[in-house]
Design a protein around this ligand. Sequence first.
Ligand code: GLU
Length: 423
Amino acid sequence: MAKLKSITIPVSTYEYVLRYLDKAAAKIKLDENLLRIIKDPRKITIVKLPIQMDDGSFQVFTGYRVQHSTVRGPGKGGIRYHPNVNLDEVKSLAAWMTWKCAIMGIPFGGAKGGITCDPKKMSMNELERLTRRYAADLADVLGPEKDVPAPDVNTNAQTMAWIMDTYCMHRGEYSPSVVTGKPVVLGGSRGRHDATGNGVAIAVREAAKALGMKLNECTAAVQGFGNVGSIAARSLMEKGVKVVAISDVNGGLENKKGIDVNALIKYTAGNKGSISGFSGAKEISKNRILTFKCDILIPAALENVITEKNAAKVKAKIIGEGANGPTTPDADAILRKNGVTVIPDILCNAGGVTVSYFEWVQDRLGYFWSEEDVNNRLEEHLVRAFNDVFAVSREFKCSLRLAAYILAVKRVTEVLLLRGVYA
Ligand code: GLU
């Protein structure tokens, strides 16, 4: 009989979400019926998308939209284009949106979408056809009062413009508030593009303050140089932090004197988005970034990168989760034991959805705010949410992550109880 050498069990990120949820529920002795209701997503839509490629051939892509909760308001959350997109991931991302919106106190539930594809290998025309077909198939699922998408990994303002246009053409109406993160000329909000990254830096500043650390004496390492990582790095630099290491999918950079983030952002714009070959820093292996010697670590790429394998080697004192789900629960426990303060994703990167909320409000009013106004309101919302989570962590003597889950679960179940369960 053949010997069984090793079995690789695929990681279920949703199992991780449930583990945190169970912990939070146990801490507040949540009624088990309520827990059962909030554990499962409310609605899952899966669509097959046949698309004609530029060479004339047809490819069939799979698209997802998961509405985890619509208890506190319409579903809200981004759409991701990536080869690894799958139902388990989209479910997890949707659940995190529910908790994120509850923590920020904005009137949305949680949703997320995705298409399994490799956008880096597709032309603009192919991406437009794919996006429009997806939006057309979901025209009945989406809506300003139902479910409001936004950009996520590998999608952007142009993607949102296509979705908005497709939705409006199908409905025969002008409904810009069906998506957020649109170009400003189409009813997008000023400040939305930078909001997630700016929010990460605000959350890090608040955590540093709580720990008695001075930002102008701190160094940072940033994993990922997309919309979140690049702006978080720039915003930290503006707050006095020396950004000593940065990585992206292609490689890593190090400069002990501090990387000029503005120069790097300019450089990547002319280098297909890649940081490789930048002259203002030394090239290093991207694998070194998470354990790089620094005070502040910003994982701003994908989920499950800080695991039980590398968590003990993390040198940073603060981790600001720019990405969704970058830390596995086992790694989280190790970091806590080692005294690392983790600002959880559902708080740390919530600046994006907060300004998405402002965009939705502005679209519905038909009245648009200045960038300064948007940024001041973002600051106010994030500081308040940070303080709320911090207070819960004191009350329950627990990590910021568990505190964030506790706060979110309390806020969602409070509304669920008031609304009751319709049967
Ligand atoms: N994709 C972002 C997130 O994960 C933004 C979602 C939104 O603005 O709706 O928070």
